[in-house]
Write a protein that binds this ligand. Structure first.
Ligand code: CP3
Length: 354
C-alpha cells in the first residue's frame, strides 16, 4: 500500500520539528508541550464548557480542531498535537468510557477472559470524527507548524481497561497479567492491531509524525516491561512502517530509566520522549546520537516559574547542545500552570543558539 499524496510524510520540509526528526541538528531546538491543549488555557476552558462531556468534545471535529489550534495561536509552538485522548480506543472497541469532572476516566472494567475475547476488531469508522478533525486542522496550520498524531501504548491503555480508572500503581492490571498471562496477552495483541490501524489511518489522513504514549511503562518490573511495554511498541512501530515506511515515530515510555537503551535498540523508534527523572548528562551518553531526544522539563518547574524554571530550561538546552533535541516537558503540562510561564519558556528556548 502506498501513501496517497495527502499524507504528511514528504521528505522535504521547512518545519523545524520535522527536520530534527529527519536527522538534522538545529542550533535552536523546536518546542511543543505534551497536553499543550488543556485546562491551563482560559480559551480551552471556555470551549470545553460548550461540550456535553469530554468524549463528546473529542468527537466534535469543529471543537477538537479548535482545541488543537489554540496553543499554536497563543504560543506559536513548532508542532500541533491532535486533540483527542488515548481512551478513544477502548471506547471504539465498545467499552463504556466516561470522564467525571475532577476525577478522571471511568470505564466498565474488563474482569474476565471472556470480556477480552468479546472485544471486536477496531472499526476505523467509529473513529471517523478523529480523522475529520485531522482534515480540518491540516489546512489551518502555518507552513512552519508540524502536525502530530498519537495513541496510547497497549500497556497504558490496557491498564485503564482492566482497572476501569486511574490508579496510583496500576495494581489491578499487573495482578491480572500475573494471574491470566494468556488473556492479558490477547488484550495486548488486540490493542497492538488497533493501534497499528489507528496510527496508519492518522498518517494517511495527514499527520506528519506520531507519538506513542506509554505513561505507565515505568511501574513494570524488567521482564514485564519487556513483555507488556517494549515488545508491543516494537510491533506497532514495525506495523506502521509496513504501510508507511517513512513514518516518524516518537515513543514515550515514561519511567523506563535503565531500560531506555535497550528499548531504543529493540523498538527502532527514531525519537525517544524522556521523562522528568532522567538525567540529561546520562542520556547524552546512553542514547545513540542518531536518536532524537525529546523532553524533558519538570512540569512543576514550569508551574513554579522564575529562577527554578530558567535554570532547569538552561540545564536541558546546554546538556543537549549539539544533539538532535526537541524541547518538551517530562510529562503533561499541569492545569495550574500560569500561561506567562509558558510564554517565557518559549522565549528562552527560541533565544538559545547552541
Ligand atoms: O497533548 C495534547 O494536548 C493532546 C491531547 C491529549 C489529551 N490526553 C487530552 C486530555 C493527549 C495526548 C492525551 C493523552 C493521555 N490521556 C494520556 C497519556 C499522556 C499522559 O498524560 O500520561 C493518558 C494517560 C490519558 C488518559 C486521561 N485523559 C486521563 C487520566 C485524564 C484525566 C486527567 C486529567 O488531566 O483530567 C484524561 C482527560 C484529558 N485528556 C484532558 C485533556 C485535555 C482533561 C479533560 C478535561 O478537559 O476535563
Amino acid at each position: 500500500m502506498t501513501a496517497p499524496a495527502t499524507s504528511g510524510l514528504s521528505s522535504k520540509t521547512n518545519k523545524a520539528f520535522l527536520s530534527v526528526l529527519d536527522g538534522q541538528q538545529l542550533k535552536t531546538p523546536p518546542i511543543w508541550l505534551m497536553r499543550q491543549a488543556g485546562r491551563y488555557l482560559p480559551e480551552y476552558r471556555e470551549l470545553r464548557a460548550t461540550a456535553k462531556n469530554f468524549l463528546d468534545f473529542c468527537y466534535s471535529p469543529a471543537l477538537a480542531a479548535e482545541a488543537t489550534l489554540q496553543p499554536i495561536r497563543r504560543f506559536g509552538f513548532d508542532a500541533a498535537i491532535l486533540f483527542s485522548d488515548i481512551l478513544v480506543i477502548p471506547d471504539a472497541l465498545g467499552q463504556t468510557v466516561t470522564f467525571e469532572a475532577g476525577e478522571g476516566p471511568r470505564l466498565n472494567p474488563l474482569t474476565s477472559v471472556e470480556d477480552i475475547e468479546r472485544l471486536p476488531e477496531l472499526s476505523l469508522g467509529r473513529l471517523s470524527a478523529v480523522f475529520e478533525t485531522i482534515d480540518r486542522v491540516k489546512p489551518r496550520l502555518a507552513p512552519q507548524t508540524a502536525f502530530i498524531g498519537f495513541c496510547g501504548a497497549p500497556w497504558t491503555v490496557a491498564s485503564y481497561m482492566i482497572a476501569g480508572r486511574g490508579t496510583p500503581d496500576q495494581a489491578p492490571a499487573r495482578l491480572f497479567a500475573y494471574r491470566n498471562p494468556a488473556a492479558f496477552q490477547l488484550l495486548i495483541d488486540k490493542l497492538v492491531d488497533a493501534s497499528i490501524a489507528y496510527l496508519s489511518e492518522q498518517i494517511r489522513t495527514g499527520v506528519e509524525a506520531v507519538q506513542i504514549f506509554d505513561s505507565w511503562a515505568g511501574i513494570l518490573p524488567p521482564s514485564e516491561f519487556q513483555r507488556w511495554s517494549l515488545a508491543p511498541i516494537a510491533r506497532i512501530i514495525s506495523g506502521v512502517r509496513t504501510s508507511h515506511p517513512a513514518a516518524r515515530i516518537i515513543a514515550f515510555p515514561r519511567g523506563a530509566t535503565t531500560h531506555l537503551p535497550n528499548f531504543i535498540r529493540q523498538t527502532g523508534a527514531q525519537a525517544i520522549g524522556l521523562d522528568t527523572a532522567v538525567d540529561p548528562n546520562w542520556a547524552v551518553n546512553a542514547i545513540p546520537e542518531q536518536v532524537v531526544v525529546q523532553g524533558h522539563l519538570d512540569p512543576l518547574a514550569l508551574l513554579a516559574g522564575g529562577r527554578a524554571q530558567t535554570e532547569a530550561v538552561d540545564a536541558l538546552l546546554t546538556a543537549y547542545r549539539g544533539r538532535r533535541h526537541i524541547f518538551n516537558l517530562g510529562h503533561g503540562i499541569l492545569p495550574e500552570t500560569p500561561i506567562d510561564h509558558v510564554a517565557a519558556l518559549v522565549d528562552q528556548v527560541r533565544s538559545f543558539e547552541g
